[in-house]
Design a protein around this ligand. Structure first.
Ligand SMILES: *[C@@H]1O[C@H](CO)[C@@H](O)[C@H](O)[C@H]1NC(C)=O
Ligand SMILES: *[C@@H]1O[C@H](CO)[C@@H](O)[C@H](O)[C@H]1NC(C)=O
Ligand SMILES: *[C@@H]1O[C@H](CO)[C@@H](O)[C@H](O)[C@H]1NC(C)=O
Ligand SMILES: *[C@@H]1O[C@H](CO)[C@@H](O)[C@H](O)[C@H]1NC(C)=O
Ligand SMILES: *[C@@H]1O[C@H](CO)[C@@H](O)[C@H](O)[C@H]1NC(C)=O
Ligand SMILES: *[C@@H]1O[C@H](CO)[C@@H](O)[C@H](O)[C@H]1NC(C)=O
Ligand SMILES: *[C@@H]1O[C@H](CO)[C@@H](O)[C@H](O)[C@H]1NC(C)=O
Ligand SMILES: *[C@@H]1O[C@H](CO)[C@@H](O)[C@H](O)[C@H]1NC(C)=O
Ligand SMILES: *[C@@H]1O[C@H](CO)[C@@H](O)[C@H](O)[C@H]1NC(C)=O
Ligand SMILES: *[C@@H]1O[C@H](CO)[C@@H](O)[C@H](O)[C@H]1NC(C)=O
Ligand SMILES: *[C@@H]1O[C@H](CO)[C@@H](O)[C@H](O)[C@H]1NC(C)=O
Ligand SMILES: *[C@@H]1O[C@H](CO)[C@@H](O)[C@H](O)[C@H]1NC(C)=O
Length: 651
């Protein structure tokens, strides 16, 4: 047997050499097909340098051949190609892989390629293909195509359905990020039994999820988010037990999730921004592999089932913006050791924050804002050494002094939002408060706190944004504030601060230059339910001292704060003239000096601040006619919205 096999191999080798040796070059038909493709390009990214008629096309840029000089691969991704895709590529009889992604090809996708008898991988994603995809007549023989990626193009119209009838081998179909419309063809899986990954997201599909998808017996990834799908999840879909990633966010799906636990292999579940109702079923505990669950922005209600703690692999739990209620202590979070993100903002949870949350030692982001939680933070939150983002805004928590004493042990905190709690307590002035050296964003707004701007803030050397508005703080603004080298957003409005505006405030390094602090929030910060910010530097540079009792002159050094986008000094007792230097703030979009005791004339040069779109000097003793108000630009930049909305609340 062994001898025979060796002999057989020998013969095969000789045969191979014999067959291979006479062909030193690809066939003329193949090079002609490629040259036809080249001819269809208006910009070839320099391909013509090597694609020369008369030379072996196996040596051309982007072309690979088998040992018998048959073209097997055309790899021309990211080559700056412009033009159409020539159907002649379909004449390459041995072509296995065609990758034309990341170019600027337009026109149609030749069906000769989709129905090729050889191609197994076809990737034309990230182009500008824009003609309707043609429906192929049912073909007799099966196609070998396994991977088809036509995502991120400009395809429109209905998605063909008969084309797929002979695609017995198709395993991956990605048509995301186009403008396909109409119903999702119900035959998809009936005709493509091998489909493991289907991505239909970012299109305009409408109607129900077809029950036919229940035939996708080996599918692991199903993605149809960001469409216009309606109706309930069809029961039969739950039979697709191989499913690992189900992603259907941003549709108008409805109904309950009572059958969801049949997906026992599910790792990712994203049903955010739909219209699902009802509670999370107890059976969720059977989804032992669940790592990510997004049910945010739905209309779900009820208590969290205690069985959630059986989903021990959970890393991300996002239930924000629903109507969940009851006590969080129903869930034993200490069974979820991998949890990194827990986002429950905008619900109706009550009671205290359960101790078991503090056992999730890998927690990086915790947001419990806008609920009805009460009581004091527990000492054990200090165990969360990785905690970087903590938002507890708008609850009924108490004892702010203890809160800071405790939180100082969370050394990795960068964002701390705790406003709308601790009503009428005193600002902690304890000098032993330290340890917040990584803090970048601190919001203690809307607490009616008494006391002064505390000295320990001067130790927060990395602070970028400080929100202390809507309290009852008294005293003056400390000089050390200019030592906070990264601070670019200061809102201390609506307090009872007195004294002159310190010149130190005119020395804030970040407000004097256009430097930005590049930093990403662990969770996007919400200013309204629809406006969110991923990066602090998406926020504008702002100084808001309005609604206090500041007296004296506007420091002439104000002109140094060249990077300021919004300056609000309104409703104070400032007197004297408006310093000419204010006209140097050429980035200003908002200037409000109203309701002070300013006198003299309004500097003419203010007319040159073309970016001003909000300007108010009313209710002063100013003289002179002023044209600016009439010429105010009407545009509203996102930055302006950020200023206005965060004053409502940053969550
Ligand atoms: C390739 O095309 C460019 C522009 O179309 C042309 O200038 C250049 O001469 C061509 N090079 C060769 C080798 O044909
Ligand atoms: C390449 O050259 C051959 C003969 O030299 C010719 O028949 C053929 O038309 C040429 N192909 C193209 C695309 O110019
Ligand atoms: C095609 O090429 C791009 C760019 O190199 C790559 O990211 C992509 O994975 C390739 N497609 C396939 C199906 O391998
Ligand atoms: C197209 O999809 C295939 C299969 O998912 C993938 O391997 C390939 O990387 C994708 N292409 C690009 C450019 O992302
Ligand atoms: C589909 O392609 C897009 C790019 O167009 C990519 O972002 C996405 O991850 C792909 N889907 C799957 C399931 O690989
Ligand atoms: C959609 O395609 C456009 C254009 O190619 C691209 O810029 C964008 O990132 C894609 N979006 C997604 C979600 O893949
Ligand atoms: C989505 O569907 C609704 C009603 O079914 C329709 O009013 C709306 O225009 C559709 N939106 C898009 C983007 O197609
Ligand atoms: C704290 O943050 C730093 C920087 O992001 C990170 O490298 C480190 O691992 C974090 N520490 C813990 C305990 O997570
Ligand atoms: C705050 O908590 C500390 C420690 O638990 C306690 O000693 C103090 O009395 C509390 N203060 C108030 C106002 O409840
Ligand atoms: C400013 O001080 C006056 C008394 O001088 C007081 O009546 C007023 O309430 C104070 N305003 C603010 C905003 O604190
Ligand atoms: C304002 O700019 C003028 C010239 O443009 C300059 O002379 C003056 O010193 C500047 N004032 C301040 C306070 O920056
Ligand atoms: C402005 O008011 C101050 C007192 O606050 C006064 O000394 C000065 O003369 C006034 N100037 C003008 C131009 O009215």
């Amino acid at each position: 047997m062994i001898r025979f096999s060796t002999a057989f191999h020998g013969v095969a080798l000789v045969l191979l050499l014999f067959l291979a040796s006479p062909t030193r070059s690809c066939t003329e038909q193949e090079s002609n097909s490629l040259l036809q493709f080249l001819a269809g390009l208006s910009q070839d990214g320099g391909l013509n340098m090597s694609w020369r008629n008369g030379t072996d096309c196996c040596t051309w840029k982007g072309i690979s051949c088998s040992t018998d000089r048959t073209v097997t691969d055309v790899f021309l991704a990211s080559r700056n190609l412009q033009g159409i895709i020539s159907p002649f590529l379909g004449n390459l009889m041995g072509l296995l892989r065609l990758n034309l992604s990341y170019n600027s090809l337009f026109g149609e996708l030749p069906m000769e390629l989709v129905s090729s008898r050889s191609i197994i991988i076809l990737d034309v994603s990230f182009n500008r293909l824009n003609k309707d995809l043609q429906d192929l007549p049912s073909l007799s023989s099966a196609q070998p195509l396994k991977v088809l990626n036509i995502s991120s193009n400009l395809f429109t119209g209905h998605f063909p359905s008969t084309t797929w009838e002979t695609m017995k081998s198709l395993s991956v179909l990605n048509i995301s990020n186009n403008s396909f419309m109409g119903q999702i063809p119900s035959v998809l899986c009936a005709s493509m039994p091998s489909l493991t990954m289907l991505d239909l997201s970012y299109n305009q599909f409408s109607g129900n999820i077809p029950p036919g998808l229940g035939n996708c017996s080996v599918i692991t990834h199903l993605n149809a988010g960001n469409n216009n799908l309606t109706g309930a999840l069809p029961d039969i879909l739950f039979n697709v037990s191989m499913l690992e990633h189900l992603s259907l966010p941003n549709n108008q799906l409805e109904g309950s999730l009572s059958g969801i636990s049949k997906f026992t292999n599910l790792v990712t579940l994203d049903l955010g921004s739909n219209r699902f109702k009802g509670n999370i079923p107890d059976s969720i505990g059977e989804m032992k592999k669940l790592g990510e669950i997004h049910l945010d922005h739905n209309m779900m209600s009820g208590e969290l089932p205690s069985t959630l703690s059986n989903c021990r692999e959970l890393i991300t739990m996002d239930l924000k913006n629903n109507n969940f209620s009851g006590e969080l202590s129903k869930v034993n979070f200490s069974n979820l050791p991998n949890l990194k993100t827990l986002d429950l903002v905008w619900n109706n949870f009550s009671g205290t924050i359960p101790e078991s949350i503090y056992a999730c030692s890998n927690l990086v982001a915790l947001r419990l804002s806008a609920n009805r939680l009460q009581g004091q933070l527990s000492e054990s939150i200090g165990n969360l050494k990785s905690l970087s983002f903590l938002s507890l805004v708008e609850n009924s928590l108490t004892n702010i002094t203890t809160t800071f004493q405790i939180l100082k042990r969370c050394r990795n905190l960068t964002t701390l939002l705790i406003g709308l709690n601790f009503m009428h307590e005193a600002m902690p002035e304890d000098d032993r408060i330290d340890g917040f050296e990584n803090l970048q964003v601190l919001a203690i707004n809307d607490c009616s706190l008494s006391g002064k701007i505390p000295l320990w803030l001067s130790k927060l050397k990395n602070l970028e944004m400080l929100f202390l508005y809507n309290n009852q703080l008294t005293g003056s603004t400390p000089n050390w504030i200019s030592n906070l080298n990264y601070l670019f957003y200061i809102d201390i409005s609506n307090n009872s601060l007195t004294g002159e505006i310190p010149t130190a405030l005119m020395d804030m390094p970040m407000l004097k230059t256009n430097m930005v602090a590049p930093k990403v929030f662990e969770l996007p910060i919400y200013t309204t339910q629809s406006l969110q910010y991923r990066m602090p530097n998406a926020f504008p540079k702002v100084m808001n001292l309005g609604n206090n009792n500041f007296t004296g002159l506007i420091p002439k050094e104000i002109g140094q704060l060249k990077a300021l986008l919004s300056l609000n000094l309104s409703f104070n007792k400032l007197s004297g003239q408006i310093s000419q230097s204010i006209c140097n703030l050429t980035n200003l979009q908002v200037l409000d000096l109203s309701s002070n005791n300013l006198n003299g004339t309004i500097p003419d040069a203010l007319n040159d601040l073309h970016f001003l779109s909000r300007f108010n000097v009313s209710n002063n003793d100013l003289e002179g006619s002023f044209q600016l108000q009439a010429s105010l630009a009407r545009f509203q930049t996102p930055a302006l919205k950020a200023i206005e909305n965060c004053v409502v609340s940053c969550l």
